[in-house]
Ligand binder design. Structure first.
Ligand SMILES: Nc1ncnc2c1ncn2[C@@H]1O[C@H](COP(=O)(O)OP(=O)(O)OP(=O)(O)O)[C@@H](O)[C@H]1O
Ligand SMILES: [Mg+2]
Length: 312
C-alpha cells in the first residue's frame, strides 16, 4: 500500500499489561462488573482457546462441536452507549485483568477515529486497513503451535461513530462506506488468521451500527448513565474522605440525578470530570470543602445531554 502510516503515527501510544495503572483504573469503574466479566472471558479465550477445551474435558467431554460454536465467533466486541459511561476507560484497562487471568502479556493499540480520517479521500480506509495489518502482524508473532499463545494484541477502534453508520443509509458518504467495508474486511481477516488478537469498537451510535458489523460482533455491550446507587458509590469514594457523608451525601446523590425538569441525570464523567473538580477548585486554595457548597455546586451543574442519533 502506498503512503501507509507508520506504526507510531497510527497509534499515538501503546498500552502494555499487566500494569498497575490500568489495574487501578479498572478497579475504579463502577457498575460495570457484568461487562468486565464477559469481556474478560471473551478476550481470554481469544488468546487462550485451549482454556475452553480444558473446561469442556472436565465438565462436558462430548461437547466438541459446541466448542467450535464458541471459538469461531469473530474477534469483535462492540461497546456502545451514552457519553461518559466508561466505554473507553473499560476498553483501555480490561487488558490488565485478561493478562493477569491468563498469565501472559497483552498490548493494546488504541486508534481513535474521532479526529482521524477526515482529511484526504481514502484516509479513513487506509487508517483502518493499516491498523488491521499491524494487528495481524504483531499477533502472528505471538501465536504458538498449541494451547496458550505467548501474548496477545487488542486493537481498540475508539470513537467509531463514523463506522456505525448503516451501509444501507442512502445519505452515507462514499468514503464512510469504504471505511465500513475496510473494517469488515479487517475483522474477517483477523478471524481467518487464528491469531491471539481481538478488536474492541466503541461507539455512541448503536442504533446506526452497520448490520454487517453487528452480525460479526461476538458481543454488543450497552453502557448507560449511573443510577442512584452507582452515583452514590462514585461520590462516596471521593467525598467521604473530605467529611461529606450521610444526609449530605444523599443530597448530592439526588442533586445529580434526574429531576422534575430533566428526565436524565449526570453521566459518570459529569461526576468525575466536572463535579468533583469543581467542588475542589471552589474551596482551593484557602478554604476546606464543605457539604453546603458541594451541594450548591451539584444543584447548579447541568448534566451533559444524552447522545441522540442526530446530535453529531
Ligand atoms: N462506570 C464508571 N465508573 C466510574 N467512573 C466512570 C465510569 N464511567 C466513566 N467514568 C468516568 O468518566 C470518565 C470518562 O469515561 P470514558 O472516557 O470511558 O467515557 P466513554 O463512555 O468512552 O464516553 P464517550 O462516548 O464520550 O467517548 C472516566 O475517565 C471516568 O473517570
Ligand atoms: Mg470514549
Amino acid at each position: 500500500m502506498t503512503g501507509k502510516p507508520a506504526l507510531d503515527d497510527l497509534f499515538e501510544r501503546r498500552i502494555c499489561y499487566p500494569d498497575v495503572d490500568p489495574q487501578l483504573r479498572l478497579s475504579r469503574l463502577v457498575g460495570l462488573d457484568d461487562q468486565k466479566t464477559r469481556l474478560c472471558k471473551i478476550l481470554g479465550l481469544l488468546v487462550n482457546p485451549a482454556g475452553l477445551e480444558v473446561w469442556a474435558k472436565l465438565h462436558h467431554p462430548a461437547a466438541g462441536s459446541l466448542l467450535d460454536t464458541v471459538l469461531r465467533r469473530p474477534p469483535l466486541v462492540v461497546l456502545a452507549g451514552d457519553v461518559g459511561s466508561g466505554k473507553t476507560e473499560l476498553a483501555e484497562t480490561i487488558g490488565d485483568a485478561v493478562a493477569r487471568q491468563e498469565g501472559i502479556d497483552l498490548t493494546l493499540f488504541p486508534l481513535s477515529l474521532s479526529t482521524r480520517g477526515q482529511g484526504r479521500v481514502g484516509e479513513m480506509t487506509q487508517l483502518i486497513s493499516a491498523a488491521f495489518d499491524y494487528t495481524v502482524h504483531e499477533a502472528t508473532k505471538l501465536r504458538s503451535t498449541g494451547g496458550r499463545a505467548r501474548g496477545g494484541v487488542i486493537l481498540l477502534v475508539d470513537e467509531a461513530d463514523a463506522l456505525a453508520q448503516s451501509r444501507e443509509a442512502s445519505q452515507m458518504h462514499h468514503e464512510d462506506r469504504a471505511g465500513v467495508n475496510a473494517f469488515i474486511r479487517g475483522i474477517d481477516r483477523l478471524a481467518g488468521a487464528h491469531v491471539p488478537a481481538a478488536v474492541i469498537m466503541c461507539t455512541n451510535r448503536l442504533g446506526a451500527l452497520d448490520p454487517a458489523i453487528r452480525r460479526r460482533a461476538a458481543e454488543v455491550m450497552l453502557f448507560t448513565r449511573p443510577n442512584d446507587d452507582q452515583r452514590r458509590h462514585v461520590l462516596k469514594l471521593r467525598l467521604e474522605p473530605l467529611g461529606i457523608k450521610g444526609a449530605h451525601l444523599e443530597s448530592l446523590v439526588s442533586a445529580t440525578g434526574p429531576d422534575a425538569g430533566l428526565d436524565y441525570g449526570c453521566t459518570f464523567s459529569d461526576l468525575t470530570q466536572r463535579l468533583i473538580p469543581s467542588i475542589v477548585l471552589d474551596a482551593y486554595p484557602n478554604k476546606p470543602v464543605t457539604a453546603a457548597r458541594a451541594i450548591a455546586i451539584a444543584k447548579a451543574l447541568v448534566p451533559t445531554p444524552p447522545f441522540t442519533e442526530n446530535s453529531k
